[in-house]
Design a protein around this ligand. Structure first.
Ligand SMILES: [Fe+2]
Length: 279
């Protein structure tokens, strides 16, 4: 079956977050993630490094204005645009520093924005590896958003988490060979849950843990190993309370891989210890 993974792979490239203290939030990402300020573009601060980037705009803290995914090249993006033309809207002006001019935006049924484009600058190694890799949302309308992302956009289901009655609680979606670049939890509100950086090894997880420790930002979940994706992880928060995950060993999934089904329990969320079950 054709999908993003088979036809036009996408990987997460940057996030556009909003904050009521954008300078303070920018300072955190500049210091901790070694991001360089490209410039201030209108209200937004654009920060980038080799494998990570973030746009910080004025607005309500804790919200994700857009998640931006890069196609491999312009031909792939054109194929995607042709398929999604009826949904396409102009991208925000801040995207132009990071993406070429053929970028476009689509909105999901609950108003989340995806920016789809081609990165202006090829990725390069950072001094401390941590490639922005996936983002996750809580939703009150799980079936509706999954129908959009799978059947309309072309994400593939890698793993599902179901409760004891068989109701779907979480769904992990891939857009290339990596287990997930996007996921949704069923919850009581519609909120941004977290974003994640993929490192190269467990030793990198150690080094990032030490870095956050020096900044007195303590781990609130993990270290542990997730069931779906089998990745090692821990989570911290930024000054706005946005949850940040550092990960290693996220598995790859073949295009023909069938979705796995996991029970909704602590062991699934963290096979090493306590889970953090959203409600
Ligand atoms: Fe995650």
């Amino acid at each position: 079956m054709s999908s993003l993974q088979t036809d036009t792979p996408l990987s997460l490239h940057h996030l556009h977050v909003t904050s009521d203290k954008p300078e303070a939030l920018a300072a955190f990402y500049e210091d901790l993630f070694e991001l360089a300020r490209m410039n201030s573009h209108g209200d937004a601060i654009v920060l980038a490094a080799g494998e990570r980037a973030v746009v910080i705009g004025d607005g309500k803290p804790g919200e994700l204005a857009a998640a931006a995914y890069t196609a491999r090249d312009h031909a792939a993006l054109a194929l995607l645009r042709a398929r999604l033309d009826d949904l396409a809207e102009p991208p925000p002006s801040t995207a132009s520093l990071l993406f070429h001019d053929d970028a476009f935006t689509v909105r999901d049924p609950q108003g989340r924005r995806l920016i789809l484009g081609v990165a202006r600058v090829p990725r390069s190694a950072d001094r401390m590896a941590a490639r922005v890799q996936h983002t996750v949302f809580q939703t009150t309308e799980l079936e509706k958003v999954l129908d959009f992302y799978v059947n309309r956009i072309g994400f593939a289901v890698s793993d599902e988490v179901v409760d004891e009655d068989g109701a779907l609680m979480t769904c992990f979606l891939r857009s290339d060979d990596e287990h997930h670049s996007l996921a949704f939890f069923r919850g009581s509100n519609n909120a941004w849950d977290h974003h994640c950086y993929e490192t190269r090894s467990w030793n990198d997880i150690r080094d990032w843990g030490d870095r956050f420790a020096r900044a007195r930002r303590s781990i609130f979940f993990g270290p542990g190993r997730h069931g779906p994706g089998n990745n090692l992880f821990f989570m911290v928060t930024d000054p706005d309370g946005n949850r940040i995950e550092l990960s290693a060993e996220l598995v790859q999934v073949d295009a023909g891989g069938l979705p796995g089904v996991w029970p909704h329990e602590e062991y699934t969320l963290n096979s090493w210890g306590r889970g953090w079950i959203r409600t």
